[in-house]
Design a protein around this ligand. Sequence first.
Ligand SMILES: Nc1ncnc2c1ncn2[C@@H]1O[C@H](COP(=O)(O)OP(=O)(O)OP(=O)(O)O)[C@@H](O)[C@H]1O
Ligand SMILES: [Mg+2]
Length: 278
Amino acid sequence: MSDLVRIEKAGLGYGGRSRGHAVLRDISLTIGIDERVGLIGETGSGKSTLARSLLGLTTVFSGSVRVDGTDLASLRGRTLRAFRRSGVVQYVYQDPLRSLDPDVEVSASIAEGLLIRAELSTDEVRQAVDDAIRLVGLDPSLRKRFPGELSGGQRQRIVLARALVLSPQLLILDEPVSALDASSRVQILDLLRLVADERRMSQLFISHDLGSVAGVTDRLIVLYRGEIVEDGPTAQVLEEPRHPYTKLLIESAPTLAKPGADRERRRELRVALESFTS
Ligand SMILES: Nc1ncnc2c1ncn2[C@@H]1O[C@H](COP(=O)(O)OP(=O)(O)OP(=O)(O)O)[C@@H](O)[C@H]1O
Ligand SMILES: [Mg+2]
């Protein structure tokens, strides 16, 4: 598998190169094309910082952060904006309310990234927006609503639609299902698997909850106090955790199913649910 992301011995954090502070030191990792990776760690461990570095939003104090061959630390101002606009990396933020402008209706929010590219006609943009709304399981009639007129779960789906419409090569999902109820959670995780398969998209799932990402990822990376303490195939990390923190995470996720088993369980649940509602 070739790499879409390659972070080598990177020190990542905030502030100027001389006076700022590194949250993560000497971090190395890769994300393959098509690969689905889970990034786990306690609150404040630097998960979002690491993910934000993939959009050039943090300071790179040392080492390098490469996405699709581009060294992000070498980009400045205009070149950095061009990289972000290219849509190669899309970041679905933790807080859907903050990622949608309350005064912009849903259709315009979703269309924004497409309009910047400006190679589509008005009709094509409208069609793409409606397709994206349908893709995330909502009705296109919601297009005229404002974010404040949606439920939390609907908002989260709109934020996802806004990212998916740009067909990113890497989709970063920061606590993607924490605001959703159990059945919406299953739907969104299934949808993400579908788009990953259909569009050859890499996905980075960020969570403090091992149980919610183990079933949907090929590989797990565990961050602890600014260091990577685990990086391996999901099944292997679950079966032979190396670090005590990972062991603790596994212990404290009693419902943790082995990958694959999770899908089986969801299928059972869906069948049960269908017979319950029909
Ligand atoms: N813009 C910023 N400027 C300075 N320090 C920051 C900034 N954003 C985050 N930090 C600090 O970096 C550290 C890591 O934060 P980060 O947001 O990466 O944690 P996280 O692992 O995503 O946590 P959570 O699970 O709570 O989202 C924290 O100590 C935080 O205070
Ligand atoms: Mg975070």
